[in-house]
Design a protein around this ligand. Sequence first.
Ligand code: KIV
Ligand code: ZN
Length: 514
Amino acid sequence: MTSDNQIIIFDTTLRDGEQSPGASMNQAEKLRIATQLEKLGVNVIEAGFPAASTGDFEAVKAISETLKISQIAALCRTSESDINRGWDAIKNAVNPRIHTFIATSELHMTYKLQMTPEQVLEQAIKSVKLAASYTKNVEFSAEDGSRSDPDFLCKVFEAVIDAGATTVNLPDTVGYAIPEEYNELVKYVMKNTPNMNKAILSVHCHNDLGLATSNTLAAIKAGARQVEVTINGIGERAGNTSLEEVIMSMHTRPNCFPYTTTINTTRIYPVSRLISMITGILVQPNRAIVGANAFAHEAGIHQDGILKNPMTYEIMKPETIGLNKNNLVLGKHSGRHALNSHIQEMGYDLSKEELDKVFEKFKHLADKKKTIQDEDIEALINEGVLRSPEVFTLEYIHVLSGNTVFPTASVQLNINGRPVQGAIEGNGPIDAVYNIISKLTGTKSELLRFTISALTEGTDAQGEVTVRLQEDGIVALGKGADPDIIIASALAYINGLNRLEYLKEHPVVRPKNL
Ligand code: KIV
Ligand code: ZN
């Protein structure tokens, strides 16, 4: 039951978020994210697009069968086959939602769909009726809604609500709207759709002009009671409205936004880190709320003010989003129990086997690094638990480098249980490592991007490497962390290759019209 001022949080990180280039996730990763989204307090989790691929279907099904509280939505086009497939994937969820959509703008109807408005209306009604024969929880989206004729939009919404839709969504699909204009459109639709009192009006904004959060907040003020968001704002092109920005705007300015949500703000930062770790999409340092600099104060005058009273320059407390600034944590003598309770404080629940793996890696790292911080522990979880199924693993690596030798790398890999080794030269030590790994694995991927950063401060910090690889049109990200940056580079490359192998087996085919 929701009150008039409750905003329903619909998270589409696993669907629209996964449409970010290179952000494909495997089933285990999606399940882990969904579990954390439920703990964050998300009301509706759009788990995927079951008709897109078998992998998508299986992931949505697994999430539906695991989660206990959140509603699980499956995205479907308006075809009968999409809706049947979507329902099959979510039917065992505690509260399944079918989310069907068709474009309503003149531009999309004429050029993309090649359908008349009458045909679109008919198709929308038909699909909602079919969805409503399965569940009372049906959402209809008018794709490119913000560029649609407002009266046509009202006509479609009225008809689909009559057909059984309980949520109608007005997306700004291409991120074209401006806050005042979007606010007016939402008001107009609320006022001119006669049966609007029987449904919730939802909004879904893209960030092409950097206005997704402003548009979403403007829509809430106009009466929208569901917002569609993603963690870290990931999504198609410039991304979607970010959950953390909307939630913290409402939390920080309750006088402007007197609304409630079920979100536990202290889970925001851990979930943000998890998404970044799994997708390999780094959060830019100056990003609002979750960026590394969001709570960092450089200027002396600011630091002085903060010491006297944090409210001088801090409008939010880092603890509110679950960011523990004094995260000096564990060391060589810390035991399994201490590690586990710290991991739980960070928002992760690991099984016994997962904890065993992470603890082993933790001990290994603690031999090389005096203090282990949250960022280190996250990297260990990433390596010990969140990896894709591994075809290739690193057994040893030895690199010769310096200003008087040819950089040479000797590497032994395990490929499907079989050890293979070799040595090769390169332009530099990382080039040599990548050359030999590519030769041993027989892969021909192109390295699109290579980034390296220190996970924490100090010269003994772990280097974190992220690579983006492309092979046969498939793009995958790889990550690796180690105090030795050559090893971190090798681990990232091997991780990327494993993800490429996985994607070759489980292709994500984006169907037409999405
Ligand atoms: O951006 C969009 O219009 C969408 C719909 C499918 C809701 O993602
Ligand atoms: Zn979208």
